[in-house]
Design a protein around this ligand. Sequence first.
Ligand SMILES: Nc1ncnc2c1ncn2[C@@H]1O[C@H](COP(=O)(O)OP(=O)(O)OP(=O)(O)O)[C@@H](O)[C@H]1O
Length: 313
Amino acid sequence: MEPILELSGLSKVYPGGLKALDGVDLTIRKGEIFALLGPNGAGKTTLIGAVCGLVRPTSGMIRAFGHDMARDWRKARSRIALVPQELSTDMFEPVHRAVSYSRGLFGLAPDRARIEEILRSLSLWEKRDERIMALSGGMKRRVLIAKALAHEPDLLFLDEPTAGVDVELRKGMWAIIDEMRSRGVTIILTTHYIEEAEMMADRVGIINRGRLLMVDEKDAMMARLGRTEAHITLAEARSSLPPQIARFPVELEEGGTSLRYRGGDGTGKGKTEVADLTKALIAAGIDYTGIDTRESSLEDIFVTFLGEEGDAA
Ligand SMILES: Nc1ncnc2c1ncn2[C@@H]1O[C@H](COP(=O)(O)OP(=O)(O)OP(=O)(O)O)[C@@H](O)[C@H]1O
């Protein structure tokens, strides 16, 4: 698929010496939703800032829509939009004026019909004459998206699009992101809510300490790194396990009152093994009173992955 954005060897050292980006290579494909996951201070905002012209890279190259951003910044920048985490200006402006203004900022002719369409799609039409400061937090966030969409971007960055919004609004936001994708907008989002990446993303990148540690299709990542976890409550506490049980990937927990299984590979193999384990428990005369099984989430993968990275450092 056609690349929309290519980063190669992108590095940023802030004055004072902090290396916020360390040789990032990344290619974004047209039409995908790419989720950038990383802990606080990982370099996500710096990466977005570099592409949007807010942060000057120390070294490396950024190509957007085939333009080298260092030389041809304007041509590419007009096709890129950023939805930041918070509104910084416009608080006293009515909604429709702030959104129309954003369009003009990128040199596009006024287009009332397009602005109306954007406001309606974000359920902001009824609020168009209200001052932004009078809106709820969730509505303010929609205004930020409307402002970004007003200049009809092909590449949209969403920096923590649902931070601090309630579950219902978060789902509403996901629907909006999905609708933008169906219009052909390529989306790069950063998020702390891994569930969000799990729900929305086609591909996921994990960044930590300025280094892009892994980039993969979300489904492939889950299949490759996923695990099955089972919690088996034993009828009686035990201090050890017989060999026919210990051969499974299990540990005694909670003072020997429960057994924790961690195994499988994200393809469902673990479930079969848990079934074998329960048979082996019965055969060994070890009674249990409950079993709770779950497939690991992207969050588990993320935490495990960063943990291993921390150990390696
Ligand atoms: N202007 C700056 N000057 C110096 N250091 C900075 C500057 N901006 C960011 N940093 C540092 O660079 C590192 C990466 O920050 P960045 O904001 O890119 O991370 P992030 O992944 O977006 O974090 P968060 O999830 O907390 O927003 C951090 O250690 C941060 O303190």
